[in-house]
Design a protein around this ligand. Structure first.
Ligand SMILES: [Zn+2]
Length: 278
């Protein structure tokens, strides 16, 4: 028979198990999103998808591809002494909504033959930009919204132009009057300035460690390739160049070649506490 003392002990064991199951952090993200995972002390790198993930304030910022499978994944953390540790995280499937857009100029839905070479060159230019892996920037936080405007398009939506399905929406859209200044969301280097077929006048900023911003549909580009930017420096103005239905800024963020939701990214990284440095 249980004594009262024994009973209290059993109760203690069960309640601490319960507490543990609540306290132990489970890392859960969604396809197209990011999650911050606190790294053990002494971690030098954190790899997912064979890529070193961005490291900010003692955390790895895991970039989860839009097409990632809903299942368990591993972040591989390496240490100075050459040892490794795997940290489990889960991806849950996020259903993105549909967005139907009507474009007057059918050339932006089915581009004419003679634009193939131009579009291929521009695609190659973008691939090269996304492949950049510059050294990390120290002063990366906070990431600031690059323009004052209304969000009119969120990341990840399945998009249909004049009824035809095209690529998912790879960034966030901010509607603002033509001429509204656009600023650098974080320090970086301008690596591309180009007038592109779909993206219109475009500025690509390399923020270091594979963190790349792409700003599209500008009216005017006010920086040059290789310009060094501080956070808040003006790079150009809002316009409606390329495949666009009205003046807005389209902002894509790529982390090591994976395009992720800029709104979620800002929320996650800007919320990281300084005191968590290790
Ligand atoms: Zn857009």
């Amino acid at each position: 028979m249980f004594s009262a003392r024994m009973f209290r002990f059993v109760l203690f064991v069960f309640s601490s198990l319960l507490v543990n199951s609540i306290v132990v952090a489970e890392h859960i993200g969604v396809n197209g999103g990011v999650i911050a995972v606190k790294l053990p002390i002494g971690a030098t790198e954190a790899k997912f998808n064979d890529e070193n993930q961005l490291m900010v304030r003692g955390h790895a910022i895991i970039a989860i591809p839009h097409e990632a499978e809903a299942k368990g994944h591993k972040l591989i953390v390496s240490f100075e002494d050459g040892s490794f540790q795997a940290i489990d995280f889960k991806v849950q499937s996020k259903e993105y909504e549909e967005q139907h857009i009507t474009i007057k100029n059918q050339d932006y839905v089915t581009p004419p033959e003679e634009t193939i070479k131009r579009r291929q060159e521009e695609a190659a230019m973008m691939r090269k930009a996304y492949a950049r892996r510059s050294p990390a920037t120290d002063d990366i936080l906070p990431i600031v919204i690059p323009v004052e405007g209304q969000i009119t398009g969120v990341f990840g939506t399945k998009r249909f132009f004049n009824g035809e399905q095209r690529n998912y929406h790879t960034g966030v859209d901010y509607a603002a009057p033509t001429g509204t200044p656009i600023s650098a969301p974080a320090p970086g280097t301008v690596v591309v300035t180009h007038d592109m077929y779909f993206n219109g006048k475009t500025v690509v900023i390399d923020h270091g460690a594979g963190f790349i911003s792409v700003m599209c549909h500008l009216d005017k580009i006010e920086v040059e390739k290789d310009s060094e930017l501080k956070r808040g420096d003006v790079i150009g103005t809002v316009g409606s160049t390329g495949r666009s239905t009205g003046p807005h800024l389209h902002w894509t963020i790529s982390l090591q070649g994976t395009k992720i939701d800029p709104e979620m990214f800002m929320q996650v990284v800007n919320g990281l506490d300084d005191s968590t440095d290790n």
